[in-house]
Design a protein around this ligand. Structure first.
Ligand SMILES: NC(=O)c1ccc[n+]([C@@H]2O[C@H](COP(=O)([O-])OP(=O)(O)OC[C@H]3O[C@@H](n4cnc5c(N)ncnc54)[C@H](OP(=O)(O)O)[C@@H]3O)[C@@H](O)[C@H]2O)c1
Length: 242
């Protein structure tokens, strides 16, 4: 149970159709501390549990983000689980020779600008008293200091940009909301559509199921405090240097 949140809390999941996003939605819906869970996705969803309210969002369309934010009251947890690694014949670049401006723009729009705009419209909704969390899933490969292998230019750059956006948001938010937190999360390698083409070679014990990763990430969100706001935190609670 998410014991660090007050009873009857409201939660928001952005990207609730995804592997990790749908698992986060299911866990929050089953958690007694949350009586309303808004599940937003760009595709039509069915509410599968009591207390779940589905809604539309496309994080590359600011008007849809604004409309989604207008439909929630005072969420204690806003969890952004959207992301893009590959689409059609586009995917992570192995070499600078593959750099493509349209693909770079698209990855940046989904992985960095999108969550930034979600923050623009949802942060004003966070309650000022007691714990409130804005969490966005990033990735370890977005850590510049951790980059030993190179490649994956667009995805790495977009996650590094997301990390910086979230860090700045955390500083600004702390001025008005002393108990609020912005957490940037690394879920490990998780068996979802996003990682499907890249799972070869990942040992079984390092390939998490989406429900396991979701449970780990919500434990991080529950246990972490305002002193860790602006940090990049892995599924096991360890802080990853930027
Ligand atoms: N899986 C891993 O191993 C892994 C590792 C590190 C980090 N991550 C990060 O974890 C997060 C979740 O990924 P996942 O593994 O759960 O992948 P996923 O199953 O592919 O989920 C991605 C989600 O993002 C949504 N999305 C993409 N573009 C969108 C847009 N413009 N507007 C609204 N929603 C949009 C997708 O919606 P549709 O269903 O409509 O496509 C889907 O719900 C991502 O940020 C990813 O980078 C994953």
């Amino acid at each position: 149970m998410m014991t660090s949140f007050p009873e009857k809390s409201e939660a928001v999941v952005i990207g609730a159709s995804g592997g990790i996003g749908s698992a986060i939605t299911a866990l929050l819906a089953a958690d007694q501390r949350f009586d309303t869970v808004h599940a937003f996705a760009r595709q039509d969803l069915m509410a599968t549990a009591e207390g779940v309210r589905v809604g539309h969002i496309d994080i590359t369309d600011e008007a849809s983000i604004e409309a989604a934010a207008a439909s929630v009251t005072a969420p204690r947890l806003v969890f952004v689980a959207t992301g893009l690694l590959h689409q059609g014949d586009q995917g992570p670049e192995k070499s600078w020779r593959s750099l493509d401006p349209n693909w770079l723009d698209q990855v940046m729009r989904v992985n960095a600008s999108g969550p930034g705009l979600v923050a623009k419209h949802f942060l004003p909704k966070l309650p000022r008293e007691e714990k409130a969390v804005f969490a966005a899933i990033s990735a370890r490969v977005g850590s510049i200091s951790d980059n030993a292998l190179g490649g994956w230019y667009g995805y790495r750059a977009s996650k590094a940009a997301l990390n910086m956006l979230m860090k700045s948001l955390s500083i600004e938010l702390a001025r008005s909301h002393k108990d609020a937190c912005v957490f940037i999360l690394h879920p490990g390698t998780v068996a979802t559509n996003l990682s499907a083409p890249f799972q070869k070679g990942v040992p079984d014990h390092k390939l998490f199921s989406a429900p396991y990763a979701a449970e780990r990430l919500l434990t991080v969100v529950n246990d972490a405090t305002a002193s860790q706001t602006g940090s990049l935190i892995a599924w096991d609670g360890q802080t990853i240097p930027f």
